[in-house]
Design a protein around this ligand. Structure first.
Ligand code: GDP
Ligand code: IMO
Ligand code: MG
Length: 429
């Protein structure tokens, strides 16, 4: 058996959560491989809406095991907010959720550091979600981090205090006054108290050496789907650095984030929106700072699932999409939110970049700070509301043309099309 992968091909928020939920009945195990509560994965069904940050999107199917892999970072406070929200809705995640002992912990002081660094950067800030992502991965790679499996060690509090005191020194050096700074609405001391309460509750869940668990599942013939967070253009190596997140969001991250050997990677599904969005700072060649951009934001409810910030909107960017296809070895594309484009008389797609008069389809090393002019192909729009269409054949001709164009350009099939936020508004070819 192999591990299939669902990941984002743009700047995040492509609709990965919805598609993982739709695919879950086909799999025995769903495993998140990277990122932390910077993610916000939305799932809608039966008139209910959930936003998951740390928990894999297969959690709504009680017969499927969900794994938080070693590559994920966990804030216990946020984790239990999610758990309590699910329990209120009658879902019991303790029955089908496993946590890797090797997953690193986001400490309250990591969140302060994130805010301190962002404040120090001023106008050139990343636009971080302020969930402590950068500082936690920094400690992981700097070999200073604390892992979920250490929570029950007798010296956990001592290790916590040692790391916190290093962080406090750094925060002092940044001259960051956190006395009034709120972390998810709470002052530091209050947050820390609730964080420890959540740490004590972690024993409600099974911690496991998930690399052994997952490889055993494969040996026994069980099927696994790996769930990505963020998107390829936010990958720490290949995204628009430094305006990226701090993990490998690409398919390679599945190997290190779950302990899966490369030859065990199966089908890679790449999820993309029929247009583009980005939340936070950084280059965005096809951004529309006009009425069309506003219309996409309004029609697509493009506000961050984690922070509520308005998402920047723009046309589909094929050079970036093709780059993502290459990096991830995508086998099949999933196109989201075509319904949001309904009503646009004409739809533009960026096919090339014009950089100082030179046309290219290659993403430049420095995407930031360059004057990149997108070269557009204009396509016919469609006026029809797509939300109730249930088969590929039922799509208007203009939508089919749009899909065929993307397939020709990318060299890949669009195997699934999503036409609304609900689980049922998804059509397979
Ligand atoms: P993720 O982070 O990739 O899981 O995506 P988010 O949940 O952050 O953002 C996707 C948003 O689009 C959510 O609000 C979804 O409910 C919504 N959504 C997903 N697919 C569709 C679709 O096909 N059409 C529309 N209109 N909304 C969608
Ligand atoms: P999902 O999984 C969209 C963006 C932030 C910021 C940059 C770095 O829902 O697609 P970080 O908090 O990671 O240090 O922020 O990355 N970002 C996301 N944008 N969707 C996400 O996740 C994101 N996670 C981080 O806005 O620009
Ligand atoms: Mg999201």
């Amino acid at each position: 058996m192999k591990v299939d992968v669902i990941l984002g091909l743009q700047w995040g928020d492509e609709g990965k959560g919805k598609i993982v939920d739709v695919f879950t009945p086909r799999y025995d195990v769903i495993a998140r491989f990277q990122g932390g509560p910077n993610a916000g994965h939305t799932i809608e069904f039966d008139g209910r809406k959930f936003i998951l940050h740390t928990i894999p999107s297969g959690i709504f199917h009680p017969d499927t095991i969900n794994v938080i892999g070693n590559g994920v970072i966990i804030d216990p406070f946020i984790f239990f907010k999610e758990i309590d929200c699910l329990r209120e809705a009658g879902i019991h995640p303790e029955k089908n959720l496993l946590i890797s002992r090797r997953a690193h912990l986001i400490l309250p002081s990591h969140r302060l550091l994130d805010a301190a660094y962002e404040t120090a950067k001023g106008d050139s800030k990343i636009g971080s979600t302020l969930k402590g992502i950068g500082p936690t991965y920094t400690d992981k790679y700097g070999r200073n981090g604390l892992r979920a499996g250490e929570i029950q060690d007798p010296d956990f509090k001592t290790k916590y205090n040692e790391l916190k005191s290093i962080h406090m020194g750094m925060i002092g050096q940044c001259n960051f006054d956190f006395s009034q700074h709120l972390i998810d609405g709470l002052l530091f001391d209050e947050y820390e108290k609730l964080w420890f309460k959540a740490v004590r509750r972690m024993k409600e869940f099974t911690m496991t050496d998930s690399e052994y668990y997952l490889n055993r599942c494969l040996d026994e013939g069980q099927s696994i789907l790996a769930e990505g967070a963020q998107g390829t253009m936010l990958d720490v190596d290949f995204g628009s650095y430094p305006f990226v997140t701090s993990s490998n969001t690409i398919a390679a991250g599945v190997c290190s984030g779950l302990g899966i050997a490369p030859h065990r990677i199966g089908t890679v599904y790449g999820v993309f929106k029929a247009y583009c969005t980005r939340v936070g700072s950084g280059p965005f060649p096809t951004e529309l700072s006009d009425k069309t951009g506003d219309a996409l934001r309004k029609g697509g409810h493009e506000f961050g699932s984690t922070t509520g910030r308005p998402r920047r909107c723009g046309w589909l960017d094929l050079p970036a999409l093709k780059y993502a296809v290459m990096l991830n070895g995508v086998d099949s594309l999933v196109m989201m939110k075509a319904d949001v484009l309904s009503g646009q008389e004409a739809i533009s797609v960026c096919t090339k970049y014009d950089i100082g008069g030179t046309l290219t389809e290659t993403l430049p090393f420095e995407l930031s700070g360059r004057k990149i002019k997108p070269v557009y192909k204009e396509m016919k729009g469609w006026g029809t509301d797509l939300g109730t269409i249930t088969s590929f054949e039922g799509l208007p001709a203009a939508v089919k043309d749009y899909i065929s164009f993307i397939e020709r350009e990318s060299g890949l099939p669009v195997g699934m099309v999503s036409l609304g936020p609900d689980r049922t508004q998804t059509i397979l070819r």
